[in-house]
Design a protein around this ligand. Structure first.
Ligand code: DI6
Ligand code: FE
Length: 400
């Protein structure tokens, strides 16, 4: 039976208005019909045709769109706690990667894990995100670096969306690291591109990602991956300018990417290119924090050029073992100086855009009824708290 009801709250942050605005409605009501929002506005103005609907009252609470984590690597085997210790003993993230640790050590653990084990561990991570109000999560492959394991990761990602009330968007990240002993160019041509084709043929790929970095792939190698993505009709996104500037952001813009992610070393000229391309800058403060990065992304340039900014956890076992998108919002404010409204836009409206989604991330008629109901008195509290989880309830596709 179709569910039809009205939720009321002290405040609804629709996130539907301008860049620095929550789109607040006080003493608000949201009408839900099936899995969609039919109406939102002041409770006193609910149109007569809806007044008979059942009411759920959340007085004193704030409702926002359910959060969207637009950048994660939550399907993976093993942990890298040992590297955490090594870094604290003086080794850098790059040194660990060059010494055979880093991403390739997670590759071994992920290759060795069964599909069931990968699913079981990822379910815990998805449950943690859901418990913090997340309704949509992007999940990348990239710890297989061979056909079988890349497909295994993506199948697990799809299974997560079937086993839990959460919308999963997958990104193929075959160009994440050069496998131990391999040549980067041969890997791209002989493994990465055929694996992308196979994954796409199985319907496992929503977008194509890459890691453009000195320790990974250069722009000409990433361009080959993007050319294949375009030939398959898939959107692209890119880990760009995380540790240095080698032109990844400009490349992402050239290909009309959905997003350029990390972007600590992006320049104002890169920001201008992103703005022209309509590409979202995805900020990942968990990685910045974990690897003791000191170069913050050019947030003011993104504002000046009106580049939409999103915020993600980058939840991965190496550079960002961060399981709370709310904490990522707090870090984006404190470490990158985002305003709390920019941080919330970064995990709602702009995160949807970074995934190419048009039916979530704001509260407006016709959008999915994916809502988060919070025990806070104003939306800034969501970014202000450190390690506090004020989620009261979550509605996913209209269902409590
Ligand atoms: N950048 C990151 O922050 C993650 N991947 C990437 O390309 C790190 C992945 C890892 O260290 O396992
Ligand atoms: Fe990442």
């Amino acid at each position: 039976m179709t569910q039809r009801y009205i939720v009321t709250a002290a405040t609804v942050a629709t996130m539907a208005a301008g860049a620095d605005d929550y789109g607040l409605v006080d003493n608000a009501a949201i009408v839900v019909d099936g899995d969609r929002i039919s109406w939102v506005g002041p409770a006193a103005d609910v149109p007569p045709c809806y007044t008979g609907f059942e009411r759920h009252e959340y007085s004193g609470r704030v409702i926002t769109p359910a959060l969207i984590d637009c950048h994660t690597h939550i399907v993976h085997g093993g942990t890298r706690a040992r590297e955490f210790e090594m870094r604290l003993n003086g080794a850098s993230y790059e040194e660990i990667a060059r010494a055979g640790g880093g991403i390739v050590s997670t590759v071994s653990a992920t290759r060795g894990a069964s599909e069931e084990d990968l699913l079981a561990s990822a379910l815990h991570r998805v449950d943690a995100l859901i418990s913090h109000g997340v309704g949509t999560v992007e999940i990348k492959s990239g710890y297989g670096l061979e056909l079988e394991t890349e497909l295994k990761m993506l199948r697990v990602a799809r299974a997560l969306g079937k086993q839990r009330p959460i919308h999963v968007m997958t990104s193929f990240l075959g160009a994440h690291a050069v496998p131990a002993g391999a040549d980067a160019n041969s890997y791209i041509d002989d493994v990465c591109l055929p694996t992308l084709e196979a994954a796409h043929a199985e319907g496992l790929v929503d977008a194509v990602d890459g890691f453009c970095e000195g320790i990974a792939f250069d722009t000409s190698q990433i361009a080959r991956v993007f050319d294949k993505a375009q030939a398959l009709g898939l959107p692209v996104k890119l880990h760009a300018e995380q540790l240095s500037n080698i032109g990844g952001t400009a490349l992402a813009a050239k290909y009309g990417a959905l997003s350029a992610d990390h972007v600590e070393y992006a320049t104002p000229a890169d920001a201008a290119a992103l703005a022209t391309a309509g590409t979202v800058a995805v900020l990942l403060p968990g990685a910045f924090y974990t690897i003791h990065e000191t170069q913050a992304p050019p947030v003011q340039a993104f504002r000046d050029y009106v580049v939409p900014m999103a915020v993600g956890t980058d939840w991965n076992p190496g550079s960002s073992p961060l399981g709370s998108l709310l904490l990522a919002m707090n870090m984006a404010c404190t470490l990158f100086r985002l305003t709390p409204s920019e941080a919330l836009a970064g995990t709602t409206r702009n995160a949807a855009r970074a995934l190419g989604l048009r039916d979530c991330g704001i509260i407006a008629p016709g959008m999915r009824a994916d809502l988060a109901i919070w025990d806070v008195s104003e939306p800034a509290e969501l970014s202000y708290g450190i390690g506090i989880n004020p989620l009261h309830a979550r509605i996913f596709g209209g269902a409590f």
